[in-house]
Design a protein around this ligand. Structure first.
Ligand SMILES: C[S@@+](CC[C@H](N)C(=O)[O-])C[C@H]1O[C@@H](n2cnc3c(N)ncnc32)[C@H](O)[C@@H]1O
Length: 362
């Protein structure tokens, strides 16, 4: 009745009754009462991405990586930006024969597969059942588990731990800034027990952060809200979380680099990339069934489509990086709402608590 009344009053017709009803339903049940389990939501979104992604890529590279590429500043000519990325991370982490890598939030297993190709032992953890099954089908060593609650069977086994585009999921949008800081520090601190402490132990994060230098207007704030709602994670501002790690934990920052344009541009160059909604929209029979299934079973689904489609900064996912424009404009990228950083930390047991200081670009 309320939605009928609001539709009549504000739109002078009854056509908006159902959208208003859905809107009120969402506000009350999902946003205010917070009845939805975040882990289930993350499982859902990554299942959806995998099932709706076109895996039959025209270049047969079959790369299903879900985060940034690495162009090494050559955005126009550089090919193989995903393999470039793995090569670069491999070098930065100084991975050697016999090392064991644990990839937390392993996605569709592209990094695990790359490491396997180099004869490096690699184990992945994901919370998405479909990703888990997909990785298993590629004969990868993968576990279906919450990476904030890793069981003790993994203790003391690994040289290197990587979070590639996944540490944004450690905290969630229900947490206050203070709660997120405490929880994030607790989870990262807990990674110590996974190291074998024989070789140099390193932690790699590639992560998205909000940019405090961006001029935040009302539209930005609404977009940020929808993005958090669909993506279901928590971004820190600038380098806050790095300061937390450096100042309170036994980790020392070795390398830090800004890859925001590398994240934005991979979706321009690769129409199969997750951020490029058009790949999801090239429909086939299976996809239509999945769309219908998710539309009925997932109350967040109505937010997902406007999140992906649209051009330039009307695409909510791409808005955060400065939009889908084809020009390279580093000034615009630097000012965009969100930035992508790589961080390499070295584990130093009982290190003195230094101030955040040691940053260098690669
Ligand atoms: C943006 S994707 C990145 C995937 C992959 N690393 C890549 O770069 O292609 C985030 C990944 O984190 C995983 N993830 C999110 N929350 C998780 C949790 N609590 N436990 C385990 N995996 C989680 C998701 O399932 C997904 O695989």
């Amino acid at each position: 009745m309320l939605s009928f009344y609001l539709s009549k009053k504000y739109f002078k017709n009854v056509y908006f009754t159902i959208p208003i009803y859905i809107f009120i339903f969402h506000i009350i049940y999902i946003l205010l009462l917070k009845i939805w389990d975040e882990n289930e939501k993350i499982n859902n979104i990554y299942n959806q991405i995998l099932l709706l992604q076109d895996k039959d890529k025209s270049d047969n590279s079959n790369i299903t990586d879900l985060s940034e590429g690495y162009f090494n500043c050559d955005y126009i000519n550089k090919q193989n930006y995903t393999v470039n990325k793995y090569d670069k991370i491999y070098d930065l982490l100084d991975i050697k024969e016999g090392y064991k890598i644990l990839d937390l939030g392993c996605g569709n297993g592209d990094w695990l597969l790359y490491l396997k190709g180099k004869n490096i032992s690699a184990t992945g953890i994901t919370i998405s059942k479909e990703q888990y099954l997909y990785c298993k089908s590629k004969k990868l060593d993968v576990y279906l588990m919450d990476f904030t609650k890793i069981t003790s069977e993994f203790d003391g086994k690994f040289d290197i731990i990587t979070y590639l585009g996944s540490s944004e999921h450690i905290c969630n949008r229900y947490m206050s800034d203070n709660e997120a800081s405490i929880y994030f520090t607790h989870v990262i601190n807990d990674t110590h027990r996974l190291f074998n402490k024989k070789n140099t132990n390193k932690l790699f994060l590639s992560t998205l952060v909000w940019n405090s230098k961006h001029n935040w207007n009302l539209r930005d704030k609404i977009y940020r809200y929808i993005l958090n709602l669909v993506y279901s994670g928590y971004y820190f501002y600038d380098n806050q979380h790095v300061q937390l790690i450096e100042n309170t934990l036994d980790y020392k920052l070795e390398t830090m680099a800004n890859l925001t344009e590398d994240y934005r541009y991979v979706t321009i160059r690769d129409k199969f990339h997750t951020g490029n909604g058009k790949s999801v929209l090239s429909l086939n029979f299976n996809k239509i069934l999945y769309f219908l299934y998710y539309f009925v079973t997932d109350p967040f689904y109505i937010y997902t489509l406007p999140y992906l489609i649209g051009e330039d900064d009307y695409n909510i996912w791409m808005w955060q990086f400065g939009g889908t424009h084809k020009n390279i404009d580093m000034k615009k990228t630097k000012e965009s709402p969100c930035q992508c950083y790589w961080y390499v930390f070295k584990y130093e047991q009982h290190k003195s608590k230094n101030k955040f200081s040691n940053t260098c670009n690669i």
